[in-house]
Design a protein around this ligand. Structure first.
Ligand SMILES: Cc1cc2nc3c(=O)[nH]c(=O)nc-3n(C[C@H](O)[C@H](O)[C@H](O)COP(=O)(O)OP(=O)(O)OC[C@H]3O[C@@H](n4cnc5c(N)ncnc54)[C@H](O)[C@@H]3O)c2cc1C
Length: 356
């Protein structure tokens, strides 16, 4: 059995940022379920890793952190920050380069299953092996994209130590719709509005991508933040309350489009075959559901923030336990905000352990 100063459960965005920030002389162990750390970072931003956003809280700290690793960033016209090289692999490589210079052991293929406190230490086990540590940073991520290692283990570990975990549901996912005409592969600029019981809940402008069974694209992903079943509501029943209205002619009035004989000239020929001019500003789709955990980029819900000191990320229930990243009940729209939450909470936890 090995004992460490700090054990980090999860070698993803929060865990690696924490490890890179911890003092060099600490004996640190990262437990990572996958055979390599940082798999979700590699997949992020379509392989480009949208690291943060110009309007994100703590932006300067994140930019400074990455500069310190040697990674330059650039900001696009929409305020999204990316690595200068546009390669998410560089983000992971530089994080690992910094960690490899320290007294840190990365235990890949270790799936932490349980955590308990005993004699002032934390004991973490995968069922056959056990390690102990004075402090733990819980950085096991959310529940979405389970093929990247995130299967909600952080929630059960937090719960087992007495934390309240608010109901989790998948967000930032494509949406399945009823009776979809065959428009797979078609893209159009417009405004998508989510309606619940016929009333607008949220609206997003951007590129709408038609899929074989629904719609996708960043603006659609963002609308899914508001698609969920209420407590006690059956998911299938809940979904019947939602519709998406597409305005595919946002620069034209209803009178202008209705006066046209064809939608072609505003939308592509293929879309014009399906959508009549009068429907261009309010093309309705009935929501069947989101694509769920497999394709959602983020998990909504998680450890209740009232049980965590958000300046240090230390649990208010269990001293020495730090809760970071997507394990927390923090979720944002697309644009770099979710990774920002992961980096910053990881850095905050490590700084507090460092005594800064
Ligand atoms: C395809 C995709 C693209 C995305 N693109 C962006 C983007 O461009 N910008 C953005 O801001 N956000 C993006 N996100 C969201 C963002 O990646 C996550 O919010 C962020 O990675 C969460 O960081 P985290 O450290 O909490 O968890 P993760 O980065 O998911 O890391 C958690 C790690 O813990 C490991 N783990 C889980 N359980 C255990 C266990 N029991 N034992 C040991 N290890 C365990 C996992 O294998 C994983 O490596 C994207 C998400 C996806 C799925």
């Amino acid at each position: 059995m090995s004992n460490y100063d700090v054990c980090i459960i999860g070698g993803g965005a929060a865990g690696l940022a924490a490890a890179a920030t911890l003092k060099d002389n600490y004996r640190v162990c990262i437990l990572e379920k996958n055979t390599v750390p940082g798999k979700k970072i590699l997949a992020s931003g379509g392989g480009r890793c949208n690291i943060t956003n110009a309007s994100a809280e703590g932006l300067e700290e994140t930019v400074e952190f990455f500069r310190g690793l040697g990674l330059e960033l650039y900001c696009d016209a929409e305020g999204r920050y990316y690595p200068y090289s546009n390669q998410s692999s560089d983000v992971v490589a530089l994080l690992l380069a910094s960690i490899n210079n320290k007294n840190t052991k990365i235990n890949t293929g270790f799936s932490a299953g349980s955590i308990r406190t005993e004699g002032g230490k934390f004991c973490i086990s995968d069922g056959s092996r056990e390690i102990t540590a004075d402090k733990v940073i819980l950085a096991a991520g959310g529940k979405s994209y389970p093929n990247l290692g995130t299967t909600g283990d952080g929630y059960s570990m937090a719960r087992s130590l007495g934390h309240q975990v608010n109901r989790v549901y998948p967000v930032l996912a494509p949406v399945e719709c009823e009776n979809m005409p065959s428009l797979k592969g078609i893209r159009a600029k417009g405004v998508a509005t989510l309606l619940k019981d016929g009333k607008p809940v949220d609206s997003e402008a951007g590129e709408i991508q038609f899929t074989e069974d629904g719609v996708s694209g960043i603006c659609i992903f963002n609308l899914t933040m508001s698609i969920k079943a209420e407590e006690g509501e059956k998911p299938l029943e809940a979904m019947k309350r939602y519709e998406i209205s597409l305005d595919l002619a946002p620069d034209f009035t209803q009178e202008e489009v209705a006066a046209r004989t064809s939608s072609m000239g505003i939308v592509t020929e293929r879309l014009a075959q399906v959508i009549k001019p009068a429907d261009l500003k309010d093309y309705r789709l009935k929501v069947k559901g989101t694509k769920g955990w497999k394709q959602a980029q983020c998990t909504a819900g998680g450890v209740d923030l009232s049980q965590v000191n958000m300046d240090t990320m230390e649990s208010l229930l269990i001293p020495g336990l730090y809760i970071t990243g997507e394990v927390l009940d923090v979720q944002h729209k697309c644009g770099g905000f979710n990774l920002q939450n992961a980096w910053l909470t990881g850095i905050k936890a490590a700084r507090h352990i460092n005594g800064i």
